[in-house]
Design a protein around this ligand. Structure first.
Ligand code: NAP
Length: 316
């Protein structure tokens, strides 16, 4: 069981990326003694990236994990309680809400700030799941180093795919970006960097339909289909990186909070309020457009301020 400091919380925060930790900093400075449950990826998606060059305040850039370590320390400095645990269930039918952790610990909270982010979307192929961590990866920053002088493939045509490919080009001898269309979705700056990189090649209008290899030896080859001609062929490579977008981590709120068709939580205009009073959604769980660390941090701030106003109104 988790050793909690309190029996009853005013503010519980689910997730520890820029949204969750910013919410924690604001809630802690408002003397609300927040508790943060870090979730399966402490620090969130920034911990799987290297240089963050677009977060204001760091003219030379900062490493993603370092930025999140700083945020966590800043939140703790003002009294935030942080646990490396998962919230497994949340009963939002009445207040205080009943929160259950993955070890069975249960406790009540007056407000809940959802900042559980999003996770990598997968292709759904048998070989992809079988070889995940054995040649298949969703994180070049985490696993790129293991592919020294290898030939690897990246699936996707967005900014993530370009970033993954650029990072992999530091280690691999060749990186092929396999994209299902013949034009990229990625921003011009990242696309141009990929086009200009001599190690990066493009396989346009192709989809990966098979991933072959063994856990012992890793990936041996892919099967790819040209979706213009329907021709299927083998594509030899040593590693496959999936970079085709994300899925919001909102499953435990299905049927409890209003969501769109893709599972993103609906918030009321210009604030973090959800359909359930006392529950606030921040960061990538409610934003599929901007999805930046700085925008997530901004909504985390809103979440804490909205929770504070909500609690104040309850006490008036
Ligand atoms: P994304 O922009 O949604 O791109 C996903 C890519 O994967 C698209 O090219 C899409 O193809 C492809 N795709 C989706 N499902 C697929 C499937 N089943 N099979 C094959 N291909 C599939 O996702 P993202 O690249 O993760 O970026 C998400 C957001 O974060 C974007 O707003 C992006 O700008 C931002 N971002 C920014 C940076 C940066 O600025 N440094 C870095 C990373 C991400 P189609 O194009 O055909 O739809």
């Amino acid at each position: 069981m988790t050793d909690l400091n309190k029996e009853h919380y005013e503010v519980t925060i689910m997730g520890s990326g820029p949204a969750g930790l910013t919410a924690a900093i604001y809630a802690a400075r408002a003397d609300l003694d927040p508790v943060v449950f870090e979730g399966p990826e402490p620090g969130g998606q920034l911990t799987t990236t290297t240089d963050v060059e677009n977060f204001p305040g760091f003219s030379e850039g900062i490493m993603g994990p370092d930025l999140m370590d700083e945020c966590r320390e800043q939140a703790k400095r003002f009294g935030t309680e942080v646990h490396m645990k998962l919230i497994e269930d949340a009963d939002l039918s009445e207040r205080p809400f009943d929160i259950t952790l993955d070890d069975g610990t249960e406790f009540p909270t007056e407000t809940l700030i959802v900042a559980s982010g999003a996770r990598a979307r997968l292709l759904g192929l048998e070989g992809e799941s079988r070889l995940m961590g054995h040649g298949v990866s969703t994180c070049a920053t985490c696993d790129g180093y293991f592919f020294q002088d290898d030939e690897v493939a990246v699936v996707g045509g967005g900014d993530s795919a370009m970033e993954e490919a650029l990072h992999l080009s530091k280690f691999a001898s060749k990186v092929t970006i396999i994209h299902r269309r013949d034009e990229l979705r990625a921003s011009k700056i990242l696309s141009d960097r990929a086009f200009d990189n001599p190690k990066i090649e493009f396989l346009w209008s192709h989809e990966v339909v098979g991933v072959n290899g063994t856990k012992e030896e890793g990936v041996d080859h892919l099967e790819v289909i040209n979706n213009k001609t329907d021709e299927v062929r083998d594509f030899p490579c040593d590693g496959l990186f999936i970079a085709i977008g994300h899925i919001p981590n909102t499953e435990i709120f299905e049927g409890q909070l209003e969501m769109d068709d893709n599972g993103y939580i609906e918030t009321k205009p210009d604030c973090s309020k959800t359909a359930v009073p006392g529950v606030f959604a921040t960061g990538d769980v409610q934003d599929y457009v901007y999805r930046q660390a700085i925008t997530a941090a901004g909504t985390g701030c809103k979440g804490a301020m909205d929770a504070e106003s909500f609690l104040q109104a309850q006490n008036d």
